[in-house]
Design a protein around this ligand. Structure first.
Ligand code: 5GP
Length: 238
């Protein structure tokens, strides 16, 4: 596969068209770190490769368990071939434990186990700061029809039901995560983007230590994420 032209650069990845096949793209994982609407910026060599490896493993696990994803093949340390799809403009957030914006917004006690997995939608729009929305907003904004939103929520819950026990078996609590979906060339909604410590919260089951991008967000231990991301990958592989 040969990269043709860069068609999009996001905060975590560059997307390239592919010379040999117009239905595919190459996603290149970057070492950049951003937080708080990209007002906080950083860069750590090797972070992109770790996210590529972690996301490859998790998408593989999900595929084995019947979740259709955009991942075709991981072709280098930092690159994946993915199905070209039109991204649904929703950040789909699944929460098992209250923290982050949920505790700020609703005053729920930090660290409280939620009685069921909470699925939220945020509208992907940097200028609006990705506001939380409900299904009716999503329909009015043209993000999808009700039955598509229902399917996305059902897939999000299934993904959580696969990942939560998987991480528990690795001594990690899957606190919450953000996923994105896309429509493939036939209009089918599939899991896209990535699942990595940039987009999830993991707490060590024994110590409660944060092992995700909160280390960078909150400058924990100097703010370097690499050791924690390496540990997450090591546990996934063991
Ligand atoms: P919160 O809403 O508490 O800030 O985040 C909930 C979960 O979604 C966390 O795991 C967080 O990493 C993820 N998340 C929320 N917004 C974004 C975003 O814009 N980019 C990424 N990569 N993850 C996000």
């Amino acid at each position: 596969m040969t990269k043709k032209e860069m068609i999009y650069e996001g905060k975590g990845k560059k997307m390239w068209s592919v010379a040999e096949n117009s239905d595919l793209l190459i996603a290149e994982f970057k070492d950049d770190l951003t937080a708080f609407d990209a007002t906080k910026k950083g860069n750590e060599s090797g972070k992109g490769a770790l996210n590529n490896k972690i996301s490859t493993e998790l998408f593989g696990l999900l595929e084995q368990n019947g979740i259709e994803t955009a991942l075709v093949e991981t072709i280098s340390d930092t690159e994946q071939v993915v199905k070209k799809c039109s991204i649904v403009p929703l950040e789909v957030i699944v929460r098992n434990i209250a923290t982050g914006s949920l505790t700020k917004r609703l005053g729920i006690t930090e660290g409280k186990e939620l009685p069921f997995a909470l699925v939220e939608f945020c509208y992907k729009d940097d200028a609006l700061h990705d506001p939380i929305i409900n299904d009716e907003h999503a329909i009015i904004l043209g993000a999808g029809e009700q039955k598509e939103l229902d399917y996305i929520k059902e897939q999000a819950r299934k993904i959580n039901a696969i990942l939560k026990p998987f991480f528990a078996s690795k001594g990690l609590k899957l606190v919450d995560f953000k996923i994105e979906f896309g429509r493939d060339k036939d209009g089918k909604i599939i899991l896209a983007d990535e699942i990595s410590p940039d987009s999830c919260r993991f707490w060590d089951a024994k110590t409660g230590a944060k092992m995700d991008k909160d280390i960078f967000r909150q400058d924990i231990g100097g703010g370097s994420v690499k050791v924690a991301y390496e540990e997450v990958l090591k546990r996934i592989l063991n």
